[in-house]
Design a protein around this ligand. Structure first.
Ligand code: ACM
Ligand code: ZN
Length: 685
C-alpha cells in the first residue's frame, strides 16, 4: 500500500508542474479540449511542418505559415520533431467541414487532421495560439476536437464613410482569420463615397469617391459635397481591380470569403451625385434613392453587378437594402407608372420589386442575394438571405419562412458604439457595447426551435465608420470585441457560460495583439457601466404606481409603467432597456404622477436625464416637480431650467428638488422643444 502511495505521489509530482504550466487558452474556445498526462511537444530550430493536402490548400497553408510561424520550415519528409497537417477522409466527432482534431505530445509530435483545407487552417491557428501562449517553444500535450457552431462567422467593414487602404484591410483579415472568422462583408458603397473601380461608370471613382474634406464629420458639417479626383482638396479613395484581387487572394489564403456590399436602392447619394439621371428628381444633391421606375436604374445595377461578380467569387452578393426613405417614389411619374403597370400597391412593394428583380439577375449568374433585413419589406425575394440588424426579429422572421439569416443586431454587434464609459473614450456614434455584452449574445437560442435555428447561419459584427476616421481608431473599436464575436460564432453555447474566464483569455490575447502592432482598447483598465446602473436604489417611490398623464414612446418602453419606480437605473446607453423615451409634437414630454399611498414627509425628488445630440437625445429645457395630498391640487416644489447646447458628448444630468415638504402624490413633468427625452427612475426620499 505504502509503495503504491509513494508511486502515485511520484507520478503526481512528475506531472503536476507540467500540467499547471500548460496554457490552453485558445480564442475562440474549442468544442473539446483534453489536457493529456504527457510531456509537452518542444518546438526548436529543427522542428518542421508537413502538409498533406490538395495543391490549392497546400499553397494557402504554406503562404500563411510564412507569416504565422515564420521560424518553421515546411518539409516533405516525415519526422518525429514535426507538426503534421493532414487531410483525412473522415474525422470522428467532427461534424463540420471546417472542424479539425489536434493532438500534441513530446513523443508523437503534433498532428492536425481535418477533412478540408479550411479545417487544417483552423487547426493550425490553434497550434499557433498554443505555441504563442507557451513562450514560442512548447505545445502542451493536448487532444482537441473542434468544429464551429456557425457556418457564417462575419465581420462587416465600412470603407465608404472613411476610406481605409488595402493594407489596413489585409491586416484586419489576418486578425479575423486567427480568430476563425470566415466572412468579411465589404461595405464598399454608401453616400460618403464609392470605393470600387467600375470601368463602365468612371465617374464613380473620378468624382463620387472624393470630397473636399478629410473626415466624414468634417464632410457632413460642410454640406456633403463631392469633388473631382484631381481637385487639390480631394480626400478619399477607392480600390482598383488589382487592389481587390490582392485583397481577395490574401483572404482566400486565410479561408475568408469576401462578400461585396453594393448599396441599393438607398444609401446611394454618391451615385446620384455622379449620375443624377438615376434618381427620381435628377437632382445631383442629397438624393439617397435610385428611381426604381426608371429602366436606366436596372441597367446601371446590372452593369455594376457584372463587374462586381467578375471580381468577387462569393456565392452571395450583398445588395444592402437598408433605410430607404422612398419618399420621392410616391410622387415620381416613372415610379407611379411602374407601380401601376406591375400592380404594386405601395412603395414597400416597389422596393420589393427592385430587390426581386435584382435577385433574379444574380440567380441567373449563379449567385445569391443577401441584404439587410429591410429587404423583407413588401415580401422577401425567393432565395434571398437576410442580415438582421434591427434586432433579431427580422432574422427570425426570415428563418421561419425558410430563408437563411445572419444575426447582427445593433445591441450586440455594432462596434461603432462606446465600449466603456463614454467620457473615457474617443467619440463614438453613441450606445454602450462593452465586451461582456458582445459575449452575452446567443444568435440562435434553442427556445426558437430547430425549424428556425437551422436557418440561422451565423453572426456578424459591424464596423460602420462615421465617427471612425483613422486606422488606429478603427482597430481600437474592433479589438477586443472581435474576440468575443469570434467565440459567439464558433464555440458551442454551453461552453460559453463564464464571462470572467473569457475575459482573462481576452486580456492575454489583447497583449499579443498589441505585440503584433494592433491598437487595441485597454481592457485591463475598463471602467465599466454607469455606477448608478450597477446597484438598485431604494427610495420611497419604489414599487409604487405611476400614472402616465402622457404616454411614453412605444419604441423605448423600458420596463413600461414600472420603469420609474423599479429601483433600476440606466447605463451609458439609452438603448439598454432601462431608459424610457418620450417624444411629442409639442414641448411637453414627460407628465407622470406617482402615488405614495399615504401622505409623508419628503426631502428629495429627482431624476437623471441623458443627452447625446447625434441621435437627437436631449436634456429637457425644464422640469417641474410638484406634490399633492389629494391627487388633484398640486403645489409646485421646484422648476429646474436648462439651456440646450449641442455638443459631441454623452452626458447625464440630475434634475431635482431638495427641501422639506409633505404629500402623497408626486407629479413630475419634463419639457423639451426637440428630439427624444430619456429618464430612468424618479427617486423620492
Ligand atoms: C444599418 O446599420 N443601416 C445596416
Ligand atoms: Zn422614381
Amino acid at each position: 500500500m505504502k509503495k503504491i502511495i509513494i508511486a502515485l505521489a511520484g507520478l503526481l509530482l512528475s506531472t503536476m508542474p507540467m500540467m499547471s504550466q500548460a496554457k490552453v487558452n485558445i480564442i475562440p474556445k474549442p468544442s473539446a479540449v483534453q489536457v493529456l498526462n504527457a510531456s509537452p511537444f518542444s518546438v526548436n530550430k529543427s522542428t518542421t511542418v508537413l502538409i498533406k493536402a490538395p495543391a490549392d490548400d497546400k499553397r494557402h497553408l504554406e503562404s500563411v505559415l510564412s507569416s504565422l510561424l515564420p521560424d518553421l520550415k515546411v518539409s516533405g519528409k516525415k519526422s518525429s520533431n514535426q507538426i503534421k497537417l493532414e487531410i483525412v477522409k473522415q474525422l470522428l466527432g467532427v461534424d463540420s467541414a471546417e472542424g479539425y482534431t489536434l493532438t500534441a505530445d513530446a513523443k508523437k509530435g503534433v498532428t492536425v487532421n481535418a477533412t478540408t483545407g479550411a479545417g487544417l487552417f483552423y487547426g493550425l491557428q490553434s497550434v499557433a495560439q498554443l505555441l504563442e501562449e507557451n513562450g514560442g517553444t512548447a505545445i502542451p500535450a493536448v487532444k482537441i476536437v473542434d468544429s464551429p457552431r456557425f457556418d457564417y462567422r462575419g465581420m462587416m467593414i465600412d470603407v465608404s464613410r472613411n476610406f481605409r487602404d488595402k493594407e489596413f484591410i489585409k491586416k484586419q483579415i489576418d486578425a479575423m482569420a486567427r480568430l476563425k472568422l470566415n466572412t468579411m462583408q465589404f461595405h464598399l458603397t454608401d453616400g460618403a463615397g464609392w470605393r470600387l473601380q467600375i470601368d463602365k461608370y468612371p465617374r464613380l471613382t473620378e468624382y463620387a469617391a472624393w470630397r473636399p474634406a478629410d473626415t466624414w464629420k468634417e464632410w457632413t458639417a460642410n454640406g456633403s459635397e463631392y469633388c473631382e479626383r484631381t481637385d487639390p482638396r480631394a480626400h478619399g479613395g477607392f480600390y482598383t481591380k488589382d487592389d481587390i484581387r490582392e485583397i481577395l487572394d490574401y483572404a482566400a489564403d486565410r479561408y475568408i470569403t469576401v462578400i461585396p456590399e453594393i448599396e441599393m436602392p438607398s444609401h446611394s447619394e454618391e451615385v446620384t451625385a455622379a449620375y443624377p439621371e438615376l434618381s427620381c428628381t435628377h437632382n445631383p444633391k442629397g438624393t439617397s434613392d435610385f428611381c426604381p421606375g426608371n429602366e436606366k436604374t436596372f441597367e446601371f445595377i446590372e452593369n455594376v453587378l457584372d463587374e462586381v461578380m467578375e471580381l468577387f467569387p462569393s456565392e452571395y452578393i450583398n445588395i444592402g437594402g437598408d433605410e430607404a426613405p422612398k419618399t420621392n417614389w410616391k410622387t415620381c411619374e416613372l415610379c407611379k407608372a411602374r407601380m401601376e403597370s406591375e400592380g404594386i400597391e405601395n412603395v414597400d412593394g416597389l422596393q420589393s420589386y427592385l430587390i426581386h428583380r435584382v435577385e433574379k439577375y444574380l440567380n441567373s449568374k449563379g449567385r445569391k442575394l443577401i441584404g439587410w433585413d429591410e429587404i423583407m419589406e413588401g415580401g422577401i425575394a425567393p432565395n434571398a438571405a437576410v442580415v438582421s440588424w434591427r434586432g433579431i426579429d427580422g432574422g427570425i422572421k426570415a428563418a421561419e419562412s425558410g430563408h437563411n439569416a445572419v444575426m447582427a443586431p445593433g445591441r450586440f454587434c455594432y462596434f461603432d458604439g462606446y465600449q466603456d464609459a463614454p467620457d473615457s473614450q474617443p467619440e463614438a456614434i453613441g450606445g454602450y457595447l462593452p465586451l461582456e455584452l458582445v459575449y452575452s449574445f446567443n444568435p440562435a437560442p434553442d427556445s426558437l426551435g430547430r425549424a428556425v435555428t437551422d436557418y440561422i447561419k451565423g453572426v456578424e459584427g459591424t464596423l460602420f465608420t462615421e465617427y471612425i476616421a483613422t486606422d488606429k481608431h478603427a482597430e481600437y473599436m474592433l479589438y477586443p470585441r472581435m474576440y468575443a464575436l469570434a467565440e459567439v460564432a464558433w464555440t458551442p453555447q454551453d461552453k460559453r457560460n463564464d464571462y470572467s474566464e473569457f475575459r482573462s483569455r481576452a486580456l492575454a490575447y489583447n497583449s499579443r495583439m498589441k505585440d503584433r502592432g494592433y491598437n487595441v482598447f485597454d481592457l485591463a483598465s475598463e471602467i465599466g457601466n454607469r455606477p448608478e446602473a450597477i446597484t438598485p436604489i431604494e427610495h420611497l417611490g419604489k414599487g409604487k404606481t405611476v400614472t402616465y398623464n402622457r404616454n411614453y414612446w412605444r419604441n423605448y418602453p423600458a420596463a413600461g409603467a414600472s420603469t420609474f419606480t423599479d429601483g433600476i437605473r440606466g447605463g451609458w446607453n439609452y438603448n439598454d432597456g432601462r431608459w424610457q423615451g418620450f417624444v411629442s409634437g409639442n414641448d411637453d414630454r414627460i407628465d407622470v404622477t406617482i402615488d405614495l399611498e399615504k401622505e409623508q414627509p419628503l426631502s428629495y425628488i429627482g431624476a437623471d436625464f441623458m443627452q447625446i445630440c447625434g441621435p437627437e437625445v436631449w436634456f429637457p429645457t425644464k422640469v417641474v416637480i410638484s406634490v399633492s395630498d389629494n391627487g388633484t391640487d398640486f403645489t409646485p416644489l421646484a422648476t429646474v431650467e436648462h439651456e440646450q447646447v449641442r455638443d459631441n458628448k454623452v452626458s447625464f444630468k440630475e434634475y431635482a428638488w431638495k427641501g422639506q415638504a409633505s404629500g402623497r402624490y408626486v407629479r413630475f413633468q419634463a419639457f423639451s422643444p426637440q428630439g427624444v427625452t430619456f429618464t430612468d427612475e424618479i427617486v423620492i426620499k
